[in-house]
Design a protein around this ligand. Structure first.
Ligand SMILES: [Zn+2]
Length: 279
């Protein structure tokens, strides 16, 4: 077990490692061929990105097919990334209830597939979002599901806003996804690239931090593999701080399109050893 003030071994990182299927988006369809490519690179867990042209996260028949394909390839679903499901454009109470119902069904299929983290792009913490999240939290009570909201570099949804939102909600099954490429300070600097700042952000998230999107970041742009040449992310500080707060979640890597860089999957496959070696 990793205790406070420790660092992670390669084995511990690999056990909790997953990759977002964003890596396939725009390059190859979700399916056996794609999953086998992951398995060949020792990547056994995925965060499934919402992709309505390929499967419907809210439809159990559709998701059982996804589950069967994953199992066949020895891959597990750890999380859903329901990035298209938000409360934007909801004007009436009946529209809101309909949206909550879609979220509930997504969470139900996630649990049936053995996943835990339902990740979404909840809009800014307005009344409508807060009310809906309280209802979703009630729905997941007594299950393993964690509802996680992501930070973005725009007004109302940065780390500080998300932490305030979660402080207000104060629900044990609703937490935060910290995306290490999405926070930019007033000077245009990503604090996760600055020594001392990266740990401050993680500590600010504190008990709310349930999930993390990891990616390399260089020249003002994220979604790179970790430790790629020129990567500015403070990897050692991030993993040291996660260990110190006894972070309970996944290490989910979110590089974009594998054909944009043929080495992407091999970078992710080697990440546990390379990150453990930073100690
Ligand atoms: Zn992300």
């Amino acid at each position: 077990m990793t205790g406070p003030n420790d660092y992670y071994t390669a084995d511990e990182i690999r056990r909790r490692l997953s990759i977002s299927t964003l890596v396939f988006q725009g390059y190859r369809p979700f399916g056996e061929e794609a999953l086998e490519e992951l398995a060949r690179n020792h990547i056994r867990r995925i965060e499934l990105v919402e992709s309505p042209d390929q499967y419907d996260l809210s439809d159990i028949r559709s998701m059982r097919l996804v589950d069967a394909t994953c199992r066949k390839c020895g891959v597990e679903v750890a999380a859903y990334h329901a990035y298209m499901t938000s409360f934007e454009g909801v004007d009436t109470e009946s529209q809101r209830q309909e949206r909550v119902d879609v979220c509930r069904r997504q969470i139900d299929t996630l649990l049936e597939l053995g996943g835990t983290f339902w990740c979404c792009h909840a809009g800014a913490g307005e009344e409508i979002v807060e009310k809906s999240y309280v209802e979703l939290a009630q729905h997941t009570e007594g299950t393993a599901a964690v509802i996680a909201v992501e930070n973005f570099n725009s007004a109302g949804v940065q780390v500080e806003d998300r932490v305030e939102f979660l402080d207000r909600l104060d629900l044990s099954n609703v937490g935060m996804i910290l995306d290490v490429a999405h926070e930019i300070d007033a000077d245009g600097v990503n604090p996760m690239t600055a020594a001392g700042e990266a740990s401050a952000i993680i500590n600010r998230c504190g008990r709310h931090l349930r999930h993390i999107h990891l990616q390399g970041y260089r020249d003002g742009d994220g979604h790179h593999p970790p430790l790629v040449e020129g990567d500015e992310i403070q990897w050692h500080e991030i993993f040291t701080t996660l260990a110190a707060i006894d972070y309970p979640g996944e290490f989910t890597f979110e590089p974009r399109g594998m054909l944009a860089n043929l080495e992407t999957l091999s970078y992710i496959g080697q990440a546990p050893e390379r990150l453990a070696d930073l100690q």
